[in-house]
Ligand binder design. Structure first.
Ligand SMILES: Nc1ncnc2c1ncn2[C@@H]1O[C@H](COP(=O)(O)OP(=O)(O)OP(=O)(O)O)[C@@H](O)[C@H]1O
Ligand SMILES: Cc1cn([C@H]2C[C@H](O)[C@@H](COP(=O)(O)O)O2)c(=O)[nH]c1=O
Length: 203
């Protein structure tokens, strides 16, 4: 089963991802951007204010393709629980915001279309919901995406994704204390894993 953690920068994904490691020691914990030369290329582009947004989309997508073949598909083939800190929804939400003012028509649909051809969608996604101002303040503006005005557009895209697939997403109020957020996420993951097991027995 593939569970992804999504949300704005500073929403607390890494904090809950670390907490889940203690609860699921046998699961595969992974993240995007990955720790690979593809991930390095992505970080290089993020550090460049003038990077072309379409080229940047394809760098993130190349990193995802490598992540799929090297980590995600092999782990799922072994029936492992996989928990990824960011995954394809980050591309749909962030790069669609970056490409909003480009010549590209309907960037979110375009990016989803590219992924539909090769990606493996998550079984469930925990969305850590926080307002853009809190997110930017927590994240500390360490890259060009961590600005409230940009994050507001990213958040709108996440809402569109949730509207399109309400059953895949579990929304958690990430303005609560870290302890409460972790508890909510742990309970949600426990339920998702249990329901996945029940489906397996029926299937
Ligand atoms: N619920 C919370 N309330 C207050 N502060 C929090 C909360 N969760 C995390 N933080 C703090 O916010 C900062 C960002 O947290 P974290 O790295 O977990 O977020 P993130 O979503 O992984 O961010 P990024 O996407 O930028 O890597 C850290 O300093 C963390 O301690
Ligand atoms: C996977 C992915 C990530 N991003 C952005 C979102 C964040 O600003 C950074 C990653 O930062 P982190 O602190 O190392 O998590 O990358 C993106 O724009 N598109 C993506 O697909």
């Amino acid at each position: 089963m593939l569970i992804t953690l999504e949300g704005l920068d500073g929403s607390g994904k890494t904090t809950v991802w670390e907490a889940l490691r203690d609860v699921y020691p046998d699961a595969v914990f992974t993240r995007e951007p990955t720790e690979s030369w593809y991930g390095d290329a992505v970080y290089r582009s993020m550090a460049d204010e003038d990077a072309d947004s379409l080229a940047e989309l394809f760098l993130f997508t190349a990193d995802h393709a490598d992540h799929l073949s090297r980590v995600i598909r092999p782990a799922l083939a072994e029936d492992d629980l996989v928990i990824s800190d960011r995954y394809s929804d980050s591309r749909f939400a962030y790069q669609a915001a970056s490409l909003e003012d480009s010549d590209l028509r309907r960037p979110l649909e375009f990016i989803r279309g590219i992924h539909a051809a090769f990606s493996r969608p998550p079984d469930a996604t925990i969305y850590l919901d926080v307002d853009p101002e809190t997110a930017a303040a927590r994240a500390g503006a360490t890259n060009k995406f961590e600005r409230a005005s940009y994050l507001a557009r990213v958040r709108e895209n996440y809402e569109r994704l949730i509207d399109a697939e309400p059953h895949r997403f579990v929304r958690v109020d990430a303005t609560q204390s870290p302890e409460d957020v972790v508890e909510m996420v742990e309970r949600s993951v426990e339920r998702l894993v249990r329901e996945d097991g029940d489906d397996g027995r029926r299937g």
